[in-house]
Write a protein that binds this ligand. Sequence first.
Ligand code: PLP
Length: 495
Amino acid sequence: MTGRTTGPLGDVPADEMRAHLHRMADWVADYRDTIEDRAIAPRVRPGDVTARLAAGMPASGEPLERILHDLDAVVMPGIVHWGHPAFLGYFGSTSNGPALLGEIAAAALNVSAMTWKTSPAATELETVVLSWVREMVGIPSSFMGIVYDTASVATLHALAAAREVSGSSVRGRGIAGRADLPVLRVYASDQAHSSVEKAMVVLGLGEENVVRIPTDDAFRMDVGALRDAINDDVRRGTRPMAVVATVGTTSTASVDPVGEIAAVARAHDAWLHVDAAYGGAVAVLPESRSAMAGAELADSIVVNPHKWLFVPLDFSALFTRRPDVLRAVFALTPEYLRGDASGARDTSGGADAIDYMDYGIQLGRRFRALKAWMAFRAFGRDGIESRIREHCRLAALLAAWVESTPPFRLAAPQSMGIVCFRAAPPSMEPEECDALNEAVVDDVNATGAAYLTHTRLRDRTCIRVGIGNVLTTESHVATAWTRVQAAERQLRGAR
Ligand code: PLP
């Protein structure tokens, strides 16, 4: 013991902390071990958790024993167990043991990777881990990466860079009160993620200036329609600022023809951003490398290891071949940071020292690279490949079950770990089928044995399954499928 505070000031006494850490280690291990025994979704209503909490903050400190007791008694009953292997909502859960160890260590260190000097190891690990992601998914080494929390934020940064190169000097002069600015437009498919609109809201360019381009039968952007939309806009005097192509759309994991889209974007001098937040991961598989074909022509690409590369929330990687633009938009070193900034003076880090704060809006930055580094090393490239391949196999298997089981049918071609399907009994009107499918999802989720979501495709309600958890096996998918069929039979009978 070296002079740690044990009085009323300072941290909790070291011995007590150690004992609780051991207890917490067991808590975490037990949680992962027994997660399958839990009902996935809790039976709680809004306000139930709050009602079990004390109304006010305690005036004096409470014993950790009591707080940890309430973790089980108050918090856990309100948790949706995303890590449960039969949680098949969204893209599945990327939780895993090695990454968990990284999270624990990162919390203990609590460093801020804002400049190289404030966190040499966090900065350099970030660079290394990003190069691994880049290589895994086949992005050229000329692209520089940076880690943000989410793909929404990555896309916001990409479009901020696009706005700057459109010649509008917004960084310096802003947009308010300027008569010299044209309307700046962004094009994305009708399946692209809503983060594109959110970015345009934040950038002050307007949600209405996102032009949604129709998709083909497989939910891929119609490039002819993109060309027409841009030409119409140019004739009207608006400026095409950026095109967003998606590799792995949110609903169906469809893949836009990125190479063809790149040619259109280039012809109009528009920034090309590729949203490979989900689908980039599939390019880890040699047999699926083509999913990222054309992405090398992009100005920026987002890949979310927290969606399918086994890095738990949050971890989103933006790659750009124009980091100078990103830096031109975001680098700003106030005096109080000058001593720690590499750009401002010669540091022992030398010319290669990166200050990631210069490439984004955030100053304080968590040590996110640690959990990624631990997961990537523990699984290895082979391990990541085989897990992703297995998820694709399970999705294809479910799709085959659906196709051979009327009144179910696929609502979109199965792609990556995603299967969208719909019960469509011939005796029912489409609107009745919508209600039936929604009710099936609710019914299955109420069992606690599986968890699904729904989506709308071509204005019809569909059931959506996403497979991406390292714990998910064929038996979990089979359980979910059995539950879906049982719910559909029972609900149809009741109608
Ligand atoms: N892009 C795609 C294709 C997505 O599916 C999603 C979320 O599901 C996002 C972006 C936004 O991701 P995030 O939650 O990391 O902001």
